[in-house]
Write a protein that binds this ligand. Structure first.
Ligand code: CO
Length: 220
Protein backbone atom coordinates (compact mmCIF):
# COMPACT_ATOMS: atom_id res chain seq x y z
CA UNK A 1 0.00 0.00 0.00
CA UNK A 2 1.39 3.38 -1.00
CA UNK A 3 -0.28 5.38 1.77
CA UNK A 4 1.78 6.81 4.60
CA UNK A 5 -0.04 6.60 7.92
CA UNK A 6 1.75 7.04 11.23
CA UNK A 7 0.05 4.87 13.87
CA UNK A 8 1.14 7.17 16.70
CA UNK A 9 -0.65 10.19 15.24
CA UNK A 10 -4.34 11.10 15.61
CA UNK A 11 -6.33 10.34 12.42
CA UNK A 12 -6.91 14.03 11.79
CA UNK A 13 -3.19 14.77 11.92
CA UNK A 14 -2.46 11.89 9.53
CA UNK A 15 -5.09 13.17 7.12
CA UNK A 16 -3.70 16.67 7.25
CA UNK A 17 -0.12 15.54 6.68
CA UNK A 18 -0.40 12.76 4.11
CA UNK A 19 -3.67 13.20 2.18
CA UNK A 20 -4.65 9.52 2.44
CA UNK A 21 -8.02 10.25 0.84
CA UNK A 22 -6.21 11.11 -2.39
CA UNK A 23 -4.49 7.73 -2.36
CA UNK A 24 -7.83 6.04 -1.71
CA UNK A 25 -9.34 7.90 -4.68
CA UNK A 26 -6.33 6.97 -6.78
CA UNK A 27 -6.64 3.26 -5.99
CA UNK A 28 -10.32 3.37 -6.87
CA UNK A 29 -9.60 5.20 -10.13
CA UNK A 30 -6.89 2.72 -11.15
CA UNK A 31 -9.09 -0.26 -10.24
CA UNK A 32 -12.02 1.15 -12.23
CA UNK A 33 -9.89 1.64 -15.34
CA UNK A 34 -8.29 -1.81 -14.98
CA UNK A 35 -11.76 -3.32 -14.73
CA UNK A 36 -13.43 -1.32 -17.51
CA UNK A 37 -10.49 -1.15 -19.92
CA UNK A 38 -8.12 -4.00 -19.16
CA UNK A 39 -4.70 -3.43 -20.70
CA UNK A 40 -5.18 0.34 -21.08
CA UNK A 41 -2.91 1.43 -18.23
CA UNK A 42 -0.15 -1.09 -19.00
CA UNK A 43 -0.35 0.15 -22.63
CA UNK A 44 0.69 3.62 -21.43
CA UNK A 45 4.19 2.24 -20.79
CA UNK A 46 4.68 2.63 -24.56
CA UNK A 47 5.92 6.04 -25.78
CA UNK A 48 3.20 8.69 -25.79
CA UNK A 49 1.79 10.01 -29.05
CA UNK A 50 -0.79 12.68 -28.19
CA UNK A 51 -2.34 14.61 -31.11
CA UNK A 52 -2.93 17.79 -29.16
CA UNK A 53 -0.90 20.20 -27.05
CA UNK A 54 -3.12 22.06 -24.59
CA UNK A 55 -1.93 25.40 -23.24
CA UNK A 56 -4.37 26.33 -20.51
CA UNK A 57 -4.82 28.24 -17.28
CA UNK A 58 -3.74 26.67 -13.97
CA UNK A 59 -7.29 27.26 -12.69
CA UNK A 60 -8.57 24.24 -10.73
CA UNK A 61 -11.98 24.53 -12.38
CA UNK A 62 -10.68 23.66 -15.85
CA UNK A 63 -9.99 19.90 -15.96
CA UNK A 64 -8.59 19.71 -19.50
CA UNK A 65 -8.89 15.97 -20.18
CA UNK A 66 -12.37 15.66 -18.69
CA UNK A 67 -13.93 18.57 -20.59
CA UNK A 68 -12.44 17.29 -23.86
CA UNK A 69 -13.46 13.68 -23.18
CA UNK A 70 -9.85 12.56 -23.61
CA UNK A 71 -8.01 9.74 -21.88
CA UNK A 72 -4.48 9.70 -20.44
CA UNK A 73 -2.04 9.69 -23.34
CA UNK A 74 -4.23 11.75 -25.66
CA UNK A 75 -3.28 15.33 -24.75
CA UNK A 76 0.04 16.93 -23.81
CA UNK A 77 -0.33 19.90 -21.49
CA UNK A 78 1.21 23.13 -20.37
CA UNK A 79 -0.58 25.22 -17.80
CA UNK A 80 0.20 28.56 -16.21
CA UNK A 81 -1.75 31.46 -14.76
CA UNK A 82 -3.83 33.09 -17.52
CA UNK A 83 -2.66 30.59 -20.22
CA UNK A 84 0.17 32.75 -21.50
CA UNK A 85 2.60 32.00 -24.33
CA UNK A 86 5.55 34.19 -23.47
CA UNK A 87 8.56 34.10 -25.82
CA UNK A 88 10.71 34.77 -22.72
CA UNK A 89 9.39 31.74 -20.81
CA UNK A 90 11.79 28.79 -21.22
CA UNK A 91 9.31 26.41 -19.60
CA UNK A 92 6.58 27.08 -22.16
CA UNK A 93 9.06 27.13 -25.06
CA UNK A 94 10.52 23.77 -24.03
CA UNK A 95 7.03 22.23 -23.84
CA UNK A 96 6.15 23.58 -27.29
CA UNK A 97 9.44 22.41 -28.80
CA UNK A 98 9.03 18.92 -27.36
CA UNK A 99 5.37 18.68 -28.37
CA UNK A 100 5.89 19.95 -31.92
CA UNK A 101 9.24 18.46 -32.88
CA UNK A 102 9.45 15.28 -30.80
CA UNK A 103 5.84 14.24 -30.23
CA UNK A 104 4.75 15.81 -33.54
CA UNK A 105 1.35 16.98 -32.29
CA UNK A 106 -1.07 18.12 -35.01
CA UNK A 107 -2.87 20.76 -32.96
CA UNK A 108 -2.01 23.34 -30.33
CA UNK A 109 -4.95 24.69 -28.38
CA UNK A 110 -4.65 27.82 -26.28
CA UNK A 111 -7.65 27.50 -23.99
CA UNK A 112 -8.64 30.39 -21.77
CA UNK A 113 -11.70 30.58 -19.60
CA UNK A 114 -14.19 33.24 -18.62
CA UNK A 115 -13.83 34.80 -15.16
CA UNK A 116 -10.09 34.10 -15.15
CA UNK A 117 -8.58 35.32 -11.88
CA UNK A 118 -5.23 35.97 -13.56
CA UNK A 119 -6.83 38.25 -16.14
CA UNK A 120 -8.79 39.98 -13.40
CA UNK A 121 -5.61 40.59 -11.39
CA UNK A 122 -4.02 42.13 -14.49
CA UNK A 123 -6.88 44.65 -14.68
CA UNK A 124 -5.90 45.98 -11.24
CA UNK A 125 -2.94 48.23 -10.50
CA UNK A 126 0.36 46.36 -10.68
CA UNK A 127 2.00 45.23 -7.46
CA UNK A 128 5.56 44.03 -6.97
CA UNK A 129 5.33 40.24 -6.66
CA UNK A 130 6.20 37.45 -9.11
CA UNK A 131 2.56 37.18 -10.15
CA UNK A 132 2.46 40.85 -11.19
CA UNK A 133 5.55 40.38 -13.33
CA UNK A 134 4.11 37.26 -14.90
CA UNK A 135 0.86 39.03 -15.78
CA UNK A 136 2.51 42.11 -17.29
CA UNK A 137 1.66 41.13 -20.92
CA UNK A 138 -2.02 40.83 -19.97
CA UNK A 139 -1.89 44.21 -18.26
CA UNK A 140 -0.30 45.72 -21.39
CA UNK A 141 -2.96 44.09 -23.57
CA UNK A 142 -5.71 45.50 -21.34
CA UNK A 143 -4.19 48.97 -21.72
CA UNK A 144 -3.93 48.60 -25.51
CA UNK A 145 -7.53 47.41 -25.72
CA UNK A 146 -8.89 49.96 -23.26
CA UNK A 147 -10.79 51.96 -25.94
CA UNK A 148 -12.67 48.83 -27.07
CA UNK A 149 -13.19 47.47 -23.58
CA UNK A 150 -14.49 50.77 -22.24
CA UNK A 151 -17.43 50.51 -24.66
CA UNK A 152 -18.71 47.61 -22.58
CA UNK A 153 -20.73 49.00 -19.69
CA UNK A 154 -20.65 45.97 -17.43
CA UNK A 155 -17.37 45.31 -15.60
CA UNK A 156 -17.86 41.52 -15.88
CA UNK A 157 -18.30 41.90 -19.65
CA UNK A 158 -15.03 43.88 -19.83
CA UNK A 159 -13.31 41.17 -17.76
CA UNK A 160 -14.64 38.33 -19.94
CA UNK A 161 -13.82 40.17 -23.17
CA UNK A 162 -10.25 40.65 -21.98
CA UNK A 163 -10.13 36.90 -21.25
CA UNK A 164 -11.04 36.31 -24.93
CA UNK A 165 -8.65 38.95 -26.29
CA UNK A 166 -5.91 37.40 -24.18
CA UNK A 167 -6.41 34.01 -25.86
CA UNK A 168 -6.39 35.60 -29.33
CA UNK A 169 -3.15 37.38 -28.38
CA UNK A 170 -1.56 34.13 -27.16
CA UNK A 171 -2.42 32.37 -30.44
CA UNK A 172 -0.72 35.29 -32.20
CA UNK A 173 2.35 34.95 -29.96
CA UNK A 174 2.39 31.22 -30.64
CA UNK A 175 2.20 31.66 -34.44
CA UNK A 176 5.20 34.02 -34.29
CA UNK A 177 7.50 31.57 -32.48
CA UNK A 178 10.44 30.25 -34.54
CA UNK A 179 9.68 26.74 -33.30
CA UNK A 180 6.28 26.94 -35.02
CA UNK A 181 7.56 28.53 -38.26
CA UNK A 182 10.12 25.73 -38.47
CA UNK A 183 7.36 23.10 -38.39
CA UNK A 184 5.39 24.92 -41.10
CA UNK A 185 8.56 25.41 -43.20
CA UNK A 186 9.06 21.65 -43.04
CA UNK A 187 5.56 21.23 -44.46
CA UNK A 188 4.20 19.76 -41.26
CA UNK A 189 0.49 19.78 -40.58
CA UNK A 190 0.10 21.88 -37.45
CA UNK A 191 -2.95 23.94 -36.53
CA UNK A 192 -3.22 26.53 -33.78
CA UNK A 193 -6.53 27.19 -32.06
CA UNK A 194 -7.95 29.66 -29.53
CA UNK A 195 -10.73 28.36 -27.32
CA UNK A 196 -12.65 29.55 -24.27
CA UNK A 197 -14.16 27.46 -21.52
CA UNK A 198 -17.27 28.53 -19.65
CA UNK A 199 -17.79 27.23 -16.11
CA UNK A 200 -21.55 27.50 -15.77
CA UNK A 201 -22.32 25.55 -18.94
CA UNK A 202 -19.21 23.36 -19.03
CA UNK A 203 -18.90 24.21 -22.73
CA UNK A 204 -15.92 25.06 -24.91
CA UNK A 205 -16.17 27.88 -27.47
CA UNK A 206 -13.92 28.24 -30.50
CA UNK A 207 -12.85 31.87 -30.94
CA UNK A 208 -12.27 31.24 -34.67
CA UNK A 209 -8.60 32.13 -34.41
CA UNK A 210 -7.44 28.87 -35.98
CA UNK A 211 -4.50 28.94 -38.33
CA UNK A 212 -2.66 26.12 -40.09
CA UNK A 213 0.17 28.04 -41.68
CA UNK A 214 2.03 31.33 -41.98
CA UNK A 215 -0.05 32.41 -44.97
CA UNK A 216 -3.32 32.27 -43.09
CA UNK A 217 -4.28 35.56 -41.50
CA UNK A 218 -5.28 35.58 -37.85
CA UNK A 219 -8.36 37.66 -37.06
CA UNK A 220 -7.79 41.10 -35.63
CO1 CO B 1 -7.52 31.48 -15.26
Amino acid sequence: MAVIWLPGLPDEENQMRYLPEIFANNRQWAETIQRERPGYLPGLDAPQSPRILWIGCSDSRVPANEICGLQPGEMFKHRNIANLVRPDDPNCLAVIQFAVHTLKVRHIVVCGHYRCGGVHAAMDAAGAGALDGWLSPVRALGEREAPTLSRLEDSDDRWNRLCELNVIEQVRQLAALPVISKAWDEGRQLSLHGWMYEFHTGLLHDLATSTSGPGEPLPA
